[in-house]
Design a protein around this ligand. Structure first.
Ligand code: DGL
Length: 266
């Protein structure tokens, strides 16, 4: 099949694979490389300063290695902090991932939505701005959980994680007064679609889930247009040491990525 250009999908770990899957699902003729900063995983509990210092330089290095037409930051934690700084550093289009607060607020019947993300995303000014702009007439219940990010990676790697672990991780969200009325839950971390089924089984009452995966995929394809060069995809770039990357490599393979390159980044 003739490929119509290449995108590089980037995350701290396995979460961005959910976005890569959406892109390939919509456009099988687009080549996709994947990059994970697993040497600095997880992002959600890192300081803003540490991520701001790291992301633009790392993005430049990864783009140099992969040679994509579009760079996709498939990570809410990174995008809500450093999207503009990464854009300023790269000379190709950059697509970011932000919490799907707008569609959630638009569809909620009960006018109560939940926002499940990393602690970093929850405390961002960017997130507060999205709530102000699109959900000011809606009750927004938030919870930032690093536990869920780790649980998602374990579950995706095939470990049998007990349902109780997911229930416990969700308690601080649903124990908030009024949270019983939440009817729409925003998965504002790209790791969480990996455990959508487990979350659906663990929530105390039925809710509908929303994530930004498909919207990011569509935006990526708009940026790519029809003019990309023919290129090969399927490569994985990692920042972690090979001996600590086995699980991630295995999951990448399952999502269709093959050749692995380890890049050292300090
Ligand atoms: N997948 C990332 C996100 O969308 C963050 C996971 C992490 O904490 O590294 O926010």
């Amino acid at each position: 099949m003739a490929l119509r250009g290449k995108v590089l999908v980037f995350d701290s770990g396995m979460g961005g694979l959910t976005v890569a899957r959406e892109i390939s699902g919509l456009a099988p003729d687009v080549a996709v490389d994947y990059a994970a900063d697993n040497g600095f995983f997880p992002y959600g509990d890192k300081s803003d300063a540490a991520l701001q210092a790291r992301l633009p330089g790392l993005a430049a290095k990864l783009v140099h290695a992969s040679g994509p037409d579009v760079f996709v930051i498939a990570c809410n934690t990174a995008s809500t902090l450093a999207l503009e700084a990464v854009r300023a550093r790269l000379d190709i289009p950059v697509v970011g991932t932000v919490p799907a607060i707008k569609p959630a607020a638009a569809q909620s019947q009960s006018r109560r939505i939940g926002l499940l993300a990393t602690p970093g995303t929850i405390r961002r000014a960017y997130t507060a701005e999205l709530v102000r702009e699109f959900a000011s007439d809606v009750g927004v219940f938030m919870h930032g959980s690093i536990d869920l990010v780790h649980l998602a990676e374990r579950q995706a790697a095939g470990e049998a994680v007990p349902l109780q672990a997911f229930r416990q991780a969700l308690e601080p969200l649903f124990n908030q007064p009024g949270a019983g009325a939440i009817d729409t839950l925003v998965l504002a971390c790209t790791h969480f679609p990996l455990i959508r089924g487990e979350l659906a089984a663990a929530v105390p009452h039925p809710v509908s889930f929303i994530d930004s995966g498909e919207a990011i995929a569509r935006q990526t394809l708009r940026q790519l247009g029809s003019g990309g060069r023919e290129s090969e995809g399927g490569r994985v770039f990692l920042t972690g040491a090979p001996e600590t990357s086995d699980r991630l490599v295995e999951v990448c393979r399952r999502f269709g990525f093959g050749t692995v390159t380890c890049l050292v980044h300090h």
